[in-house]
Design a protein around this ligand. Sequence first.
Ligand code: 5GP
Length: 112
Amino acid sequence: MKTLFQKIADREIPSKMVYEDEICFAIEDINPQAPTHILVIPKRVISRLSAAMDSDAGTLGHLLTVAGKIAAERGLSGGFRTVINSGPDAGETVPHLHVHLIGGRKLAWPPG
Ligand code: 5GP
């Protein structure tokens, strides 16, 4: 069965796609928590960080470099945050690993 994000990648569910390559894609979050809130998602499903294997290292690194490039393109020179929620205690709701790229406003620390 496909994950929600696989259905989005396959255009079965509409989204605002802002980036795509052979490894990953990026979409505007449907419920943005800041002026910029983008999800960077691998096309091959990794459910969460605790399920990632050594062979996923290149993909995980790629997600971060893509997030950094999108942040630069968006002019987030004042800063931005990347977040991966892993598991229920962290607020994970979609079991297909994704990097939240959040910016465009002052972000509090520590997060809730
Ligand atoms: P998580 O809670 O798993 O870290 O993040 C899941 C994110 O996916 C949430 O920020 C949520 O708003 C977003 N999301 C859930 N369903 C959809 C959808 O159908 N389209 C888009 N673009 N984002 C979604």
